[in-house]
Structures are given as C-alpha cells and as structure tokens.
Design a protein around this ligand. Structure first.
Ligand code: NAD
Length: 362
C-alpha cells in the first residue's frame, strides 16, 4: 500500500525544488500517494490566509509531510508559517545533518555534524511587544518593578521562555538520535554565563539528561560564541549539537556553510507522532521560476523522510545517487560548479533527471 504524504510546495523556488524531490523520491520505487496542500503566498491569494486549516488537518492525518520554503516578511506582516506549523503540530525537534559531500565547494572535506534544534520556545515563541504601544509601557513598568532594572521607555520587548519539559525533551531526542545512529558525542550549546536563568536551565536539564546516557554517549557543553569559532576552526571535533531554538537556527546556517552552502543542507521537524521534512534554505525569491537553484537540500530532506518511513534501502540508494552526481560534477547546478558562471551548469530539473538516471542504473 502507498504511504500518504502531504506535499506543501511553498513559495519562491519552493515548487521547483519540491517537484525535483518528489520525482527523485518516486524514482526510488517507494509508493507514495502525494496529497498537495498550499500554504504561504499562494494560499493567501486563494484563501486569504497563509496557513489554511486543511494544511494542518492533512499533516495530522498523514503524519508525514514534505515542504518547500515559505516566505516570512522581515520586521512586519504575518508570523512565520514555518514557526506556526512546527508549533501547531508540536514538531519539537529540528534535525539538520551536515555532512561533507565529495565534489562540493567547501573549505572542509571532513564535516559530519548533526544539529538538533529545539523548535517550540525560546525567543521564537512570538511573545513580543511593539515599541510605542500602551501595553508595552505596562510590560516595561512591570518588568522594571519585578527585576529592579531600568528599561528604556522607547524599547520593544521580546520574551524568552525556556522550560524544563521542552529542554529535557530535546536533549533526550539528541541522545536517542546519537544512540540509534551510533554517534559518539552530544554537545549542548548555550549562553548560560550571561543568561543564567534561561540558558542556565537549558544547561542544567542537558546535564541531568546526559547522566542517563553515561558510558554510552559522551557529553560536553560549549558557550555559543566559542562554539561558532570552534566549528569554523575544528568542525571535526564535534558530532551531535543540541541547542535552544535561536542558536540552533543560526548555527544550522553556519554548519550548512561548512559543507558548501544552503543548496545541500537538508532538514526535518520531528514530533512524537509526525514529521515534516524541509530544506534549511529559504525561498530565495530572486531565483523563482528560473529552474536554476540546487535541488539537493530538498532531495536529501526526502532521504530523511524515506528513513523516517522505514524505507532504509530506498533512502541510501537516493543518497548515493545524489552524492555520485555531485562527485561527478557534470549535471550539477551553478552553485556546485567551480565557477558560478560556468555555462555548463544545469538547471534544477536537469540535475534531478541525472539523479533519477543514476538511481535507475545503480
Ligand atoms: P534563502 O535561504 O532563501 O536564500 C539565501 C541565499 O542562499 C540565496 O540568495 C541563494 O544564493 C542561496 N540559496 C538558497 N537556497 C539555495 C538553493 N537551493 N540552491 C542554491 N542556492 C541557494 O534565505 P533568505 O534570502 O534570507 O530568505 C528568503 C525568504 O525565505 C525569507 O522570506 C525567509 O523568511 C524565508 N525562509 C524560509 C524558510 C523555511 O521555509 N523553512 C527558511 C529560511 C528562510
């Protein structure tokens, strides 16, 4: 019987990379009944909302979804659809493996990191108070009274909730992932020297959970700024990183940069009973409709999806075919060529064609 999977193509380059990934996944021979749902700009135009209720219903019903990137306006407009989806479906763990692929342009050749980012709280919780609003003045007054610290009256305020339950849950996810995938070490990343209560709590939870895995998986912690430098200097020293939401977002892009860019960095948002797979990259609007961008990140997100479905053989065949096409360096998009203006670079769909041919001959 076919697996039912919700497909959300997304905005900008979303549809191009989603179609490429969908074709590659189908070419593995795994039977999937795709249920397309629209969210983002297309849904706004059609239904007057960026996240129609049927999208959430479809993911809840099918329990597996793959999604292209969705635009979020900067500093104004609607709340991120991506954040809304992760929170509404309680997809609390964001998993972003970053592994060097032979043939990519990168300063490093031996990166094999997994970023595990908490997805539901921290400064991403969306608890913000606009500058100049009356209720913001109330918040400022209350905070000044409670903390004894003066706050400038012309401030906007954001709240950073960090809970024991969410922190323990994400650290446990990171350790369970490490055990299941035979990884040697988990590093908790924080800024507990400054944010003693919030990041301090995250670190305390990480230390407590690490005790359960003592003797099986190593544990250490790093302050986030030091971690950035360490990752740039010695990425091979690290293995699985577990982070609160905001640091996880930032370090995901840093780690994508270590392996050659956003075009090849896949991701998954996982909860206890469902998962949504998506590339780390955004909708890259300037490339929309040009059949130009790299489909690898989305295809490798499909590999993660096949693994989640238990289709290990199909997942490893698709991963291998993708790696071979990249290593060969012929049918690849501009970003994987030595010279980004190389006229021999192929388009998104042609790179997917090459991966499909490779799958069929392997
Ligand atoms: P972006 O990831 O869309 O693009 C940044 C740059 O990375 C691009 O200009 C391009 O040079 C490169 N790039 C990205 N994807 C690539 C690919 N597949 N192949 C080759 N090169 C690629 O980041 P941005 O410009 O900061 O964000 C654009 C929009 O996407 C924003 O509205 C943002 O909110 C949204 N976004 C969505 C998600 C998501 O849906 N999960 C994630 C990140 C950003």
């Amino acid at each position: 019987m076919a697996y039912k999977v919700t497909l959300i193509p997304g905005d900008g380059i979303g549809r191009e990379v989603s179609v490429a990934a969908q074709r590659c996944i189908d070419a593995t021979g795994v039977k999937i009944a795709w249920e397309e749902q629209i969210a983002g700009e297309e849904a706004m135009a059609k239904y007057g909302t960026v996240l129609p209720v049927q999208v959430l219903d479809s993911v809840r019903k099918n329990r597996v979804a793959i999604k292209g990137p969705i635009i979020t306006p900067v500093g104004k407009g609607f709340r991120s659809v991506n954040v809304q989806l992760r929170r509404a479906l309680d997809l609390y763990a964001c998993l972003r493996p970053c592994k060097s692929i032979k043939g990519t342009k990168s300063r490093y050749s031996n990166v094999d990191l997994v970023v595990v980012r908490e997805n539901t709280e921290d400064l991403y919780a969306g608890i913000e108070f606009s500058q100049g609003m009356e209720r913001t003045q109330d918040v400022i007054k209350n905070l000044e009274e409670l903390s004894g610290i003066a706050i400038k009256k012309d401030s906007a305020i954001g709240i950073k909730p960090i809970s024991i339950s969410a922190s323990k849950r994400i650290v446990k996810f990171a350790f369970d992932y490490a055990v299941k995938n035979k990884r040697r070490k988990v590093t908790a990343v924080h800024k507990a020297n400054i944010m003693k209560e919030t990041d301090g709590l995250f670190l305390k939870c990480a230390r407590e959970v690490s005790e359960i895995y003592k003797g099986r998986v190593e544990f250490e912690d790093r302050i986030v700024d030091n971690m950035c430098m360490q990752l740039v200097q010695n990425p091979e020293l690290y293995d699985v990183l577990v982070l609160p939401n905001l640091y996880g977002d930032i370090l995901s892009d840093l780690c994508a940069g270590l392996i050659g860019g956003l075009g090849i960095a896949p991701g998954a948002n996982i909860g206890d009973s469902m998962a949504l797979f998506e590339a780390v990259h955004g909708s890259a609007p300037k490339y929309t409709g040009l059949n130009k961008v790299n489909p690898t990140a989305m295809i490798l997100s499909g590999v993660l999806m096949l693994e989640y479905l238990g289709e290990k053989d199909a997942a490893s065949r698709l991963e291998k075919a993708t790696a071979e096409v990249i290593a060969e360096g012929k049918a690849v998009t501009y970003d994987l060529k030595k010279d980004r203006n190389d006229p021999l670079a192929v388009g998104t769909s042609q790179m997917a064609d090459a991966i499909i041919s490779r799958l069929k001959t392997s």
